[in-house]
Design a protein around this ligand. Structure first.
Ligand SMILES: *[C@@H]1O[C@H](CO)[C@@H](O)[C@H](O)[C@H]1NC(C)=O
Ligand SMILES: *[C@@H]1O[C@H](CO)[C@@H](O)[C@H](O)[C@H]1NC(C)=O
Ligand SMILES: *[C@@H]1O[C@H](CO)[C@@H](O)[C@H](O)[C@H]1NC(C)=O
Ligand SMILES: *[C@@H]1O[C@H](CO)[C@@H](O)[C@H](O)[C@H]1NC(C)=O
Ligand SMILES: *[C@@H]1O[C@H](CO)[C@@H](O)[C@H](O)[C@H]1NC(C)=O
Length: 381
């Protein structure tokens, strides 16, 4: 009897410190709120000093993760002495051990995850934007289905885009075998074809550990910022499922795209809000540490903002890793603010003369401006 009580206390106290080895922990929203007796929120921070991409002196335009061991910085970690006294482990093995100890040793309101965020390879919409130039793309061509030879509604990958994915696959193959990078434990993808296909081409056929198979889940909120352009309309669930039979869908994923409108676009505030929702969802329901997300340039920028990471823009086919610390905190500012979710963008009924930042499209036909005040100079992804 005495012994049982003693062990009871022991196991209780050990369950209060840290997480199971190799896991980062998770909290559902009820747990999070109960802990503080009031509404809680997750405070995300990017821990810098581990990847070249979290250093503001790194030039994102010329950076290629495939030539730099994913940007992992050659350095020592406080755990090297205990884990690798003879200096035989790779940089990734030592980093993995260090991150595992962060989760083991932290309190239960804290978790650490490493996110591998990849942008899709070049799609037909990217090729068309380059071909026509951004003003003509945003003001006229983007809202159309295609131009007769190319189709960019839920754009597919171009040959160049497929080649970028092959390059990514070669990178992962080498990194897994030689650099001993930890294989992702969970995979998430945008529902848009260009990203889902990129995830498949990148990870399909790799020699992955048996307990870490490539079993991606499609999440609606990892889609690109929802502009009026047809490249941001997703296909129906049946179509995606037929194209990528092994992809799973998150609960509640609708058959049809219920978000894309075609006449209004999502505001960046609305995009940030849903980004927080999807990241909170992952940190609440997935206790894996190593997580792959295949998404879009605009959406990854939005992730980086929520994660308090520095700005780092990705070219097509590029990817960025980040070490994230998440802390369950009491909600500080319960003040509710209303945000504008949708806004109309400028378009023309024929190819425009140009577009001016802050003013919008300059249509060749003065009667054809749908909305002259919106700006049309932001790049799609
Ligand atoms: C969130 O974490 C950062 C970094 O640890 C800290 O500076 C900041 O004060 C935290 N925010 C809140 C609201 O606790
Ligand atoms: C359609 O756009 C592509 C670039 O995306 C271009 O190569 C092609 O020539 C265009 N087709 C027509 C009919 O203009
Ligand atoms: C789904 O989309 C495909 C391709 O656009 C279309 O052919 C099919 O009829 C749609 N299926 C349903 C169930 O709506
Ligand atoms: C990836 O694509 C291949 C070929 O289309 C398909 O056989 C495979 O099931 C796909 N993988 C997933 C995870 O859906
Ligand atoms: C403006 O565009 C409309 C529709 O394309 C066309 O019918 C009209 O003639 C054009 N007007 C001028 C002044 O070019």
């Amino acid at each position: 009897m005495l012994a049982i009580t003693f062990f009871g206390i022991l196991s209780l106290s050990s369950s209060c410190a840290g997480w199971e080895w190799g896991k980062s922990g998770k909290w559902d929203s009820k747990q999070r709120t109960t802990c503080h007796g009031t509404e809680s929120t997750i405070n995300y921070t990017t821990i810098s000093g581990f990847f070249q991409q979290d250093d503001s002196t790194t030039d994102s335009k010329s950076f290629d993760y495939t030539g730099t061991n994913f940007g992992l910085i050659d350095r020592s970690y406080p755990t090297d002495d205990e884990f690798d006294p003879n200096g035989e482990k790779t940089q990734w093995e030592r980093f993995e051990y260090y991150v595992d100890t962060l989760n083991r040793d932290c309190d239960r309101n804290t978790q650490y995850k490493v996110l591998f965020m990849a942008r899709h390879g070049e799609g037909y919409h990217n090729a068309a934007e380059s071909y026509y130039g951004t003003p003509a793309w945003n003001c006229y061509w983007g809202p159309l289905e295609g131009n007769g030879t190319s189709v960019w509604r839920d754009a597919k990958l171009t040959e160049a885009g497929i080649a970028q994915c092959t390059k990514a696959n070669t990178f992962w193959s080498h990194a897994l075998i030689t650099e001993k990078i930890p294989a992702p434990q969970s995979y998430y993808s945008s529902p848009l074809i260009r990203s889902a296909t990129t995830a498949n081409l990148t990870f399909n056929g790799l020699k992955l550990p048996a307990d870490r198979p490539f079993a991606p889940t499609v999440k609606e909120f990892f889609r690109e910022g929802i502009s009026m352009r047809t490249c941001d309309e997703r296909s129906n669930k049946t179509y995606i499922q037929n194209l990528l039979p092994a992809f799973k869908f998150e609960d509640g994923f609708t058959e049809e795209d219920e978000l894309w409108k075609g006449y209004e676009g999502e505001t960046s505030e609305a995009q940030l809000k849903r980004t927080r929702t999807v990241l909170d969802d992952i940190f609440s329901n997935d206790d894996n540490t190593w997580i792959s997300i295949t998404s879009h340039s605009g959406q990854i920028s939005s992730n980086l903002k929520v994660l308090n990471h520095i700005t780092f823009s990705l070219s097509t086919g590029q990817a960025i890793p980040a070490l994230i610390k998440a802390v369950n905190i009491r909600k500080v500012d319960p003040v509710t603010t209303t945000i504008q979710s949708w806004t109309a963008e400028a378009t023309c009924v024929s190819p425009p003369i140009t577009s001016i930042s802050g003013q919008g499209c300059v249509c060749s036909n003065t009667t054809s401006a749908v909305l002259a005040t919106a700006t049309a100079t932001t790049s799609p992804a």
